[in-house]
Write a protein that binds this ligand. Structure first.
Ligand code: NAI
Length: 334
């Protein structure tokens, strides 16, 4: 089957080609991100393979459907960037990769927590200049600290279990509690209790209309002073302006982000020769207690292999007209 693959980097092509056994699918790679304007590249291919920051709104999906496309194959887990109702109306099937390596993301979140706490990013720079002073590098023991996990699906549960093994007290919130949490001493509480009690809060829920700006001025005000906030999930979960104000006042003591509300204009590109116009992002970079990575939590060899293999399986299932085990439909939004 002919498949357009938008927004690809060399590493995407390497892993997708390896998983495309015997060249079964004809993969038409484009550097361009998918949006209403670039949708014209679809041509007569029946499927489009898209990624996290592609703009799959009503207009863009309409442009796809008008060219005869019938499948949107996301090569990611999140589907918040796809207007699923529009897809349904247009008769476009949408599939995703529900799990590729929850360990990759959980381990990255843990790495951010430890790096930020012990200021390893700052120590690395200092030592390169012959500065061996410890002043400003003081951290805290994770052991005995209360960690709040928001969303205990695949990723959140792995992080919760790992932090519990490190001696943290784990509190979690999820509308669908998983009894596994209690097996390693974790406890489900309501969100306000997480805001009130947690020294470290890590977000692992999807971005939905309900979870948009879950972390906002009001919720931040209820948090412990000096709290560490970690977001490896989706940028829209956090109100960036409110977080900046809280960093300035000291209400938030540490911030780690792998995702950012306006990341679509920045992440995955080398912009080192350009003037970045996003003032909020530039301001965040100036804080010594902010650590940002550019949506790389998923970026391990195992995860890319799994993404590529599941994407090929999704394409083949569609081509064969059978059931689509990884289909996402508009009723997932309820
Ligand atoms: P999952 O679907 O296994 O778990 C999500 C959990 O969040 C579920 O248990 C669900 O009940 C819960 N949830 C839904 N709405 C909630 C709310 N309002 N408050 C609290 N919990 C809520 O998903 P998984 O695989 O654990 O991924 C979590 C998120 O991580 C994804 O939605 C995606 O946005 C993000 N992600 C980020 C990556 C990165 O590279 N930074 C890579 C992969 C996923």
């Amino acid at each position: 089957m002919r498949v357009t693959v938008f927004g690809t980097k060399p590493y995407d092509r390497t892993f997708l080609d390896a998983a495309n056994v015997a060249g079964r699918h004809k993969l038409l790679y484009f550097d361009e991100r998918f949006n209403e304007r670039t949708a014209v590249l679809q041509g007569d291919a029946p499927a489009a393979c898209l990624f996290v920051n592609d703009t799959c709104d009503d207009d863009a999906l309409t442009a796809l459907a008008q060219q005869g496309c019938r499948l949107v194959a996301l090569r990611c887990a999140g589907f918040n960037n796809v207007d699923l109702r529009a897809a349904q109306r247009l008769g476009l099937k949408v599939v995703h990769v529900p799990a590729y390596s929850p360990f990759a993301v959980a381990e990255h979140a843990l790495g951010l927590i430890l790096c930020l706490n012990r200021k390893i990013h700052r120590a690395y720079n200092r030592l390169r200049e012959g500065n061996f002073a410890l002043h400003g590098l003081l951290g805290f023991d994770m052991h005995g600290r209360t960690v709040g996990i928001v969303g205990t699906g695949k990723i959140g549960m792995i992080l919760a279990r790992t932090l519990a093994a490190m001696g943290c007290r784990v509190l979690a919130y999820d509308p669908y509690p998983n009894p596994q949490l209690m097996q390693f001493g974790g406890a489900y509480v309501e969100l306000p209790e997480i805001w009130k009690s947690a020294d470290v809060i890590s977000l692992h829920c999807p971005l939905t209309p309900q979870s948009h700006h879950l972390v906002n001025a009001a919720s931040i005000a209820r948090m412990k002073r000096g709290v560490m906030l970690v977001n490896t999930s989706r940028g829209g979960l956090v109100d960036t302006e409110a977080v900046i104000q809280a960093l300035k006042s000291g209400q938030i003591g540490h911030l780690a982000l792998d995702v950012y509300e306006q990341e679509a204009d920045l992440f995955f590109e080398n912009l080192s020769d350009t003037i970045i116009q996003d003032d909020q992002f530039q301001l965040l970079l100036t804080f010594p207690n902010v650590l940002i990575t550019g949506h790389q939590a998923y970026f391990t060899a195992q995860a890319l292999t799994n993404i590529a293999e599941t994407t090929m399986a999704n394409l083949t299932a569609f081509e064969q007209g059978g059931p689509l085990p990884n289909e996402v439909t508009a009723d997932r939004l309820k």
